[in-house]
Design a protein around this ligand. Sequence first.
Ligand SMILES: [Zn+2]
Length: 433
Amino acid sequence: MRLVLFHLLLFSSILGAANPVIIENVRVWAAPDSTRVVFDISEPIDHQLISLDSPYRTVIDLKNARISNELTQPGHDDKFLQGIRTATRNQTDLRVVLDLKKYVKHKSFQLKPNQYYGHRLVIDLLGGELEESVAIDTVEVTEKNRPRDVIIALDAGHGGEDPGAIGPKGTYEKEVVLNIAKELYGRINNERGMRAVMIREGDYYMPLRKRIEKAREHKADLFISIHADAFRDSRVHGSSVYVLSQRGASSEAARWLAETENASDLIGGVSLDIKDDVLASVLLDLSQTASLEASIDIADRVLKGLKNVGKVHKRTVQSAGFAVLKSPDIPSILIETAFISNPEEERKLKSKQHRVRLSNAIVTSLHGYFRDFAPEGTLLASRKHIITRGETLSTIAQQYRITTQSLREYNGLKGDLVRVGQTLSIPYNTSGT
Ligand SMILES: [Zn+2]
């Protein structure tokens, strides 16, 4: 009997002394269409979300919790979040109030510790109407019948909560790859007939699937994911270019790398929808063969270009099961620009000069590919005709067996007036006559 009593006392004393969950830190990541608030917590936490209006706010009630630090406040340019404040409730609980600039949808989930962080509670504030504005953007550039630009989606890997690999001097992969993407963006937009789209525009996380979706919304002709490699042996160096493998990874190392890059979604905090995965794999089987062939050709040219800039890690294009390359209809490549774990390459990745050389090599390779295989309807696919004396719009149209109407529209001409020396773009006659 005495023994039982002892046990009861011990048990109740554990209950009574239950330590509060400590909120150690708060991070805010602002993306164009969402804001992510991440709480570092000492252990998993009981929580509840409530939405209130006038003024709009999201209230998070945390059971048996307290905060150990001053709260980080959001930046002024945050689209959704005005401020964060806390108050104690019922002596033991904590209420966190997110003051909002407008109505948002919210969701929350908890993440287990990984190599960078401990337990986390994630609150996502999502804007509702923003997706339509992306669609309007796309419509505006595909003006009817005018030759369009070849569109290249630039995907800087990782971001926000997910730093990617970290160099010996503390350089973050997410930062260097964003800088390389920005350099490439400028270079591509200087090319006639080519236009770049940034998939991730700042320091925030984007799920891999959302990266693919954004590329598709912009009707990208090519998706380039930009990364920096890391390996435990700091002597390993050089760039590599990957395409998606259809049957597993081409080497053990490639498999390992694919696992770490794909783990990004777990670090950034996303659980993939099973139904989507099934759909994705069906689509993949249907239409991936053609885009994979294009991907291999492009990857091969880019790798050759990179050989002129510095050392390459593998002399041939590698393949691995990167989730971010799984667009069924968009040729996709992944460039590991260098090994951030190699001190010399870490230094290079941070240098503007190196970024320029890398970008030049990549753009030259892309240009070569799209000159040979310009997608139908693009400026690069059209022939040029310089008007000589005596020619009219209709004689030129006859010469190329197209209608005057299509020639006029293709060149954005209002009437039939043309002048000697003027250059016209000639569409390929797709009706086969
Ligand atoms: Zn990476």
